[in-house]
Design a protein around this ligand. Structure first.
Ligand SMILES: [Zn+2]
Length: 350
């Protein structure tokens, strides 16, 4: 059986759309027909070579999506059955943890091996490790379920699980891409006030407002520090950084209040970049926290996030671009890089 996949052959070059032979499943692996895939900055960094040397080339990509279970190898826990609709997520849940697969590419120069991790989604069919799959919660569409793969658990989770605000506490989000906008929604469902969105893109700020941000700040027009101080009586309770830019990570720490303010860093910086921090920030009682996918646990949290989507407390539709086909995937990467879309969505049926 074959799959059509977008393969990274060389760093800094466009992805190549090729047909690959699907290998026999290893114990604990599941073959999924992918319906939708999302795209996040992690893949952009990978493709552009900003994550450093890549020993796995050529390889498949993608770590959030939705699809249908086609085949299950022995050695699984029984949590899924053939025909189940599933979320594909890079975050590890319950079940077998199986390393990647090697697909075969009948290249004009001869057979070539193409590597794939435990989860990949930029392809029509993929072999996925059981623990990267979760049944789609009731009331959530296949399209909405894509967001559960990465952006939503990371952004909403960074607020609910990592920052843990009380109702009425103030929260600032730096960067209104897919993850940042989910953090805005996480702040709104947590009852934060004010919820302040910071971005240089007015269209993204407009979406942040629609999703419940009480205030928006555009650093191209306003002094960010002064504006946040004025809105939060001297400093925010929480700042969520979702830009991947080291100077913004620094700023996220500076805008939280002394004696208890917390900055949560989500963004992935380019390999080799550093953050400079004035130690006085820590002496004043401010903290900087990291997060692993919003500290979300798929089996525990996806049913809860699903309920919030089903009852329209979280909007999983507004962030998506109009769908790209797999053949248009390089356009999707360019648009994500240019900031003209929040979350590119790939329709594998196109
Ligand atoms: Zn991601």
């Amino acid at each position: 059986m074959k799959t059509t996949a977008a393969v990274l052959v060389e760093l800094g070059k466009p992805l190549e759309i090729v047909d690959l032979e699907i290998p026999t499943l290893k114990p604990g692996q599941i073959l999924v027909e992918i319906t939708w895939s999302g795209m996040c900055h992690t893949q952009l960094l990978e493709v552009r070579g900003h994550r450093g040397a890549d020993p796995f080339l050529p390889h498949c990509l993608g770590h959030e999506g939705s699809g249908k279970v086609l085949e299950i190898a022995p050695g699984h826990t029984g949590k899924l059955a053939v025909d189940d609709s599933v979320v594909l997520s890079w975050l590890k849940g319950s079940g077998a943890n199986v390393m990647g697969s090697v697909y075969e590419w009948h290249h004009f120069t001869g057979k070539r091996n193409v590597n794939a991790g435990a989860i990949t989604t930029f392809m029509t069919h993929a072999i996925i490790s059981e623990n990267r799959l979760t049944k789609i919660p009731k009331g959530v569409s296949m399209k909405q379920a894509v967001m559960l793969g990465c952006a939503l658990p990371t952004g909403v989770g960074a607020v609910i699980n990592t920052a843990k605000p009380q109702p009425g506490q103030s929260l600032v989000v730096f960067g209104c891409g897919g993850v940042g906008l989910n953090a805005i929604m996480g702040a709104v469902v947590s009852g934060c006030a004010p919820v302040i969105a910071v971005d240089i893109n007015p269209e993204k700020l407009a979406i942040a407002k629609e999703l419940g941000a009480t205030h928006t700040i555009n650093p191209l027009n306003d002094d960010v520090m002064e504006a946040i101080k004025a809105l939060t009586d001297g400093g925010a309770d929480f700042a969520i950084e979702a830009t991947g830019i080291p100077s913004i990570m620094q700023q996220a720490l500076q805008v939280v209040r002394p004696q208890g303010g917390k900055a949560v860093i989500i963004g992935n910086a380019h390999k080799g970049q550093d953050v400079t921090i004035d130690p006085g920030m820590f002496n004043s009682g401010r903290s900087m926290l990291g997060t692993w996918g919003g500290d979300s646990v798929p089996d525990r949290d996806y049913p809860l996030y699903g309920r919030l989507i089903a009852h329209k407390r979280l909007d999983a539709d507004k962030l998506f671009s109009s769908p790209y086909s797999l053949a248009q995937i390089n356009q999707a990467l360019d648009d994500l890089e240019a900031g003209s879309v929040c979350r590119p969505l790939i329709d594998l049926s196109l």
